[in-house]
Design a binder for this molecule. Sequence first.
Ligand code: DHB
Length: 309
Amino acid sequence: MDLSTVIAGVSFRVGLMNASGALCVTQAELEELGESDAGAIVTKSMTPLPREGNPHPRYAAIEGGSINSMGLPNLGYPAYAKLIPELKRFEKPVIASLAGLKPDDFLEGARALHAAEPDLIEVNLSCPNLPGEPQIGYDFEGTERLLSAIREILTIPFGVKLPPYFDPIHHQKIADVLQRVGVAFVTMINSVGNTLVVDPEQEMVVIKPKGGFGGLGGRIIKPVALANVRALWKIWGDRIPIIGTGGIENGTDIFEHVLCGASAVQIGTALVEEGCGVFARLEREVTACLQRKGYMSLMACRGKLREID
Ligand code: DHB
């Protein structure tokens, strides 16, 4: 089965990779992704300086998914800039996830990454877990200003990691901004931010930062993810590739994301819960799913979701 894909001119053996944040902070974790069956290596979102992140517990598996408020634990731009050329020995695309605590950070990071030459850069506009910092992706003018400045620095193709939107007007607005800027791809969705999970026995929250509020991931967010992938596919068609993420835990979930319009998918909660073996399992499962449906390749079903007349 041909599970290959192309994003912004970069070829992937399989359109299946980790979501930024999932097992991709340290050199050892990134090398394990390199050795796994993942089709690419995506780094943790990075900031100028190394960060320990928020206090523990900051991730919890819950029924149907996960909640996290990690607080951007990462090694910092210089460390990833040094690591990225070494990760190329795994002969799969390396995607650097660029974040920052303020807009100028992103520009500093863009300069550091420009020299490191990852295959693609995913600009994270949607970290929900920094106390006092809004998600940039919910500020359409701020997003356009920031991406226009980044575009002046980078020649490496860059895309954006978007938060979920819940209104068609917002889908249209972000699509217009991203088209004007000329992003090479979009990854969506980031976790559903600032949700709250309650443990009724303990009468307590389940993670410590921000009074228990955190980003929701896993199976329970799949309909939100599919809606966002589909909404942008309906606006753009195949003009800007979409990497679908959110709620994928089996091969059929991948098929659903691609039917909605995704050109590749990322795995977050399922990777954290299962480890890097998840990629081989998902590859087997999506292959079986496509064979059963009579498709010759993953991309053959892209966008083919049927609506009711
Ligand atoms: C973190 C969480 C995110 O969803 C994100 O996009 C970036 C960082 C975090 O808490 O580390």
